[in-house]
Design a protein around this ligand. Structure first.
Ligand code: P6P
Length: 339
């Protein structure tokens, strides 16, 4: 692994890719790297200390917060606020966005960041991999003024960077600044990330579908028709069903092997479950940067104009031809009809 470039070297070598970069985006990525190493340390020993289980509180989503959810959020918030690099931060675990004043209360930082500090946390107690997801935009509000909600409600096609960390059999950081997708693997012995997966490409085809089929009776007819397509005996089908219940893990496997992840609307989740701003947009950015595709069943996720910080959308993401096939079945029925 020592002949691979480190994450720090990669960020510096590719700094020229960031338009009008003052090094701020590089410093933001470096502070994310620091925070995720701290979170990784706790996630990997969660079974040994009293950091498992419910924190006894619920987040704005009404979900029981796991102790590690709260811990991961505190680490990322503290690291990003203390370094005063972003002008504002939003998190799944925070009701509203947080304004970061910057040096001498100048509000002159130009990036905002949105995060899901620990996605899939219900898997922690059963030792299944979980992840962190982040999304970075250039602010739209004037420099020198506090960040505003408009800074956070930008469409995903304006992201300047996005990535995820997967705390799995190894800890990996996978991110893009709009010039392809690269994966870095942590060498825990020395706390250094090395470029292990350069220029990741989403296979155009795949034979894996990831969806919680337990909700089948609640799915739209278009999803039911697509699942029937996946399961019939013809050509390269039936496909394999693989569903970990951790978006980052299912997406990461599908990006390497080919496949599609679907979290649709249902009569139980009329808007879907996944959040647009800090789950779907960053993952959709990575999907498209590696040659994949992400839609809400009808249109590109990245073209959706957000209206709320924690809004949910249906999510079809993965190998381009598989997502196109799923969209074909969805297009046979008007949006929102027929469960
Ligand atoms: P369900 C985790 O809570 C998450 O947001 C994703 O990581 C995961 O794919 C999905 O929800 C699992 O949801 O309803 O299938 O348990």
């Amino acid at each position: 692994m020592n002949n691979h470039i480190t994450l720090g070297e990669y960020i510096i070598d590719n700094q020229k890719e960031f338009q009008y970069s003052s090094g701020e985006l590089s410093r933001l990525l470096s502070s994310i790297k620091l925070a995720l190493k701290v979170v990784n340390h706790e996630v990997n020993k969660a079974g040994l200390v009293d950091i498992l289980g419910d924190a006894g509180d619920t987040n704005i989503q009404g979900e029981d917060q796991q102790k590690l959810d709260v811990y991961a959020n505190e680490v990322f918030m503290r690291t990003l606020v203390n370094r005063q690099i972003a002008c504002g931060i939003a998190s799944e675990e925070e009701d509203d966005f947080v304004v970061v004043e910057g040096k001498n209360k100048s509000h002159d930082n130009k990036y905002i960041i949105l995060m899901d500090p620990l996605d899939g946390s219900s898997n922690i107690d059963v030792n299944v991999s979980v992840g962190t997801i982040f999304s970075i935009y250039r602010r739209v509000s004037p420099l020198g003024t506090p960040a505003t909600k408009e800074d956070f409600l930008q469409p995903g096609n304006l992201q300047v960077a996005a990535g995820y960390v997967i705390y799995g059999t190894s800890t990996m950081l996978v991110y893009s600044t709009g010039h392809g997708v690269n994966g870095f693997t942590l060498n825990p012995a020395i706390g250094t990330f090395y470029l292990s997966h350069p220029n990741m490409k989403f296979p155009e085809e795949g034979n894996i579908y990831s969806i919680n089929e337990g909700y089948y009776i609640h799915f739209p007819q278009g999803v039911k028709d697509f699942l029937k397509y996946c399961q019939e005996e013809k050509d390269d089908r039936p496909y394999s069903a693989r569903y970990i219940g951790s978006l980052v893990s299912d997406f990461h496997r599908n990006m390497i092997k080919g496949g599609i992840y679907i979290y649709p609307t249902s009569s139980k989740a009329p808007q879907g479950k996944l959040r647009l701003l800090y789950e779907c947009n960053p993952i959709a950015f990575l999907a498209e940067q590696s040659g994949g595709l992400a839609t809400d069943g009808y249109k590109r996720i990245l073209d959706i104009k957000p209206s709320e910080l924690h809004q949910r959308v249906p999510f079809f993401c993965g190998s381009k031809k598989m997502v196109e096939k799923a969209n074909y079945y969805m297009s046979k029925y008007p949006r929102g009809a027929n469960y």
